[in-house]
Design a protein around this ligand. Structure first.
Ligand SMILES: C[S@@+](CC[C@H](N)C(=O)[O-])C[C@H]1O[C@@H](n2cnc3c(N)ncnc32)[C@H](O)[C@@H]1O
Length: 379
């Protein structure tokens, strides 16, 4: 099968070093051929037998891609077009890069890719596959938003006595633009970790029905959907329904610092206006309150005074209130007056369909692509 690999000329990546970013912007591949229709009912699933590098879906039709491609040199799936058995890491990465280029075509501009990737020992050395994919994706104009570490305590036993057992993989969060859908508030509500959830996911492997360790835990998919997939979209204007929230004065009391800050606020008799003033001024005294009306119902002078009182009472603990819990008060809408549709999740290496099962249970439309044709529910 001949696949267009596109032009992968590398440019020198300019990261956060103050230099202008000269990486080339995302290039879209021209689409061709006939497309498969996308179902619209919440929870509907569809399986397409195809190559992950040539997917018969229209441009900008998918909200989120979550996938676990074959890792390099791990397994023979028995298909001539399969990815994973390339002779060199470079060839493997070029194939993943070709898949990413195709996915950028079918992703909406506010979409995301969550790519689960592990490394491979080759000639007694790690091949550095995740890092190579990161570099290639960045060179191609993708934003690498997170390198999430999936840490697992109960990985497979490994025989080597001269190195540590591998207990983590990566989940790369890539976006084609910097304006992507993201719901950190919904994620924090569901998974805790306060307002600043971290990039290490401790998710253990579970035994599946056949008593084998299931390779791709459902929780990974759930987390990615919660973070980066709207629940509904407008089929006319494309509006992605997003959470509207308010900051509260409540802290996460499972954290000792949060608990102490709440105790101090109570002991010192701080009012809601004090907390709102801290939040309006932020960490620096020269915060927003110096320049703007703050939405606290007070003028900037009062807000400054209240914030100063509160900071004196709380000492260093005042910072805790700048990342207090948020409360959801609604969802955005548009003017189109048509029914919203569920967002679309795609797994281009869907295998036995973990992503599809989770996305469907979460009310999204789930599409799976694989060279193999598994027997999934197909509406
Ligand atoms: C690691 S498995 C995916 C496991 C999956 N997450 C699950 O829940 O079962 C990788 C899958 O990629 C498929 N595959 C390999 N090369 C492919 C290609 N070029 N295009 C599409 N699928 C491919 C294999 O058939 C296999 O099902």
């Amino acid at each position: 099968m001949s696949l267009e690999m596109g032009d992968y000329a590398r440019t020198i990546a300019a990261f956060d070093n103050g230099e202008p970013d000269r990486r080339r912007p995302p290039q879209k591949k021209k689409s061709s051929g006939k497309y498969v229709g996308i179902p619209v009912a919440p929870g509907a699933t569809k399986i397409i037998t195809a190559d992950a590098r040539k997917i018969p879906l229209p441009d900008a039709s998918v909200d989120l891609i979550i996938t676990s491609p074959p890792y390099w040199k791990k397994r023979d799936y028995g298909y001539p077009e399969q990815i994973g058995l390339e002779k060199t890491p470079q060839e493997f990465v070029a194939n993943i890069q070709a898949a990413l280029t195709e996915w950028r075509r079918i992703l909406k501009p506010a979409g995301s890719v969550f790519l689960n990737m592990g490394d491979t020992y080759h000639n007694k050395s790690l091949a550095g596959i995740p890092g190579r994919i990161e570099a290639a994706a960045c060179d191609d104009g993708w934003k690498l938003r997170n390198r999430i570490i999936w840490a697992k305590e109960n990985g497979m036993p490994e025989p080597s006595k001269t190195r540590l057992a591998n207990r983590h993989e990566y989940i790369l969060h890539l976006t084609p633009t910097q304006n992507y859908y993201y719901d950190i508030v919904g994620y924090s509500e569901k998974y805790g970790n306060g307002a600043n959830p971290g990039d290490v996911w401790n998710v253990n492997l579970k035994r599946d029905m056949s008593k084998h360790l299931a390779p791709f835990p459902e929780e990974l998919v759930e987390r990615a959907i919660t973070l980066a997939c709207p629940s509904e979209v407008c089929p006319v204007c494309g509006h992605l329904r997003s959470r509207i929230y308010q900051r509260t004065a409540e802290l996460d009391e499972s954290r000792p610092q949060g608990r102490r800050a709440m105790e101090l606020a109570r002991e010192k008799g701080l009012t809601a206006a004090h907390i709102a003033a801290i939040q309006a001024t932020g960490i620096s005294d020269a915060g927003k309150a110096l320049r703007v009306q703050t939405g606290t119902g007070k003028n900037t002078v009062d807000v400054k005074r209240l914030a100063a009182e509160a900071k004196k009472a709380l000492g260093g603990y005042f910072r805790e209130f700048t990342f207090a819990k948020k409360r959801t008060i609604g969802w955005t809408s548009c003017e189109c007056k048509v029914d919203f549709r569920p967002a679309v999740v795609l797994d281009p290496f869907c295998g036995t369909g973990t992503t599809l099962r989770v996305a469907s249970a979460m009310g999204r439309v789930a599409i799976g692509v694989d060279l193999a044709s598994f027997s999934h529910t197909d509406e």
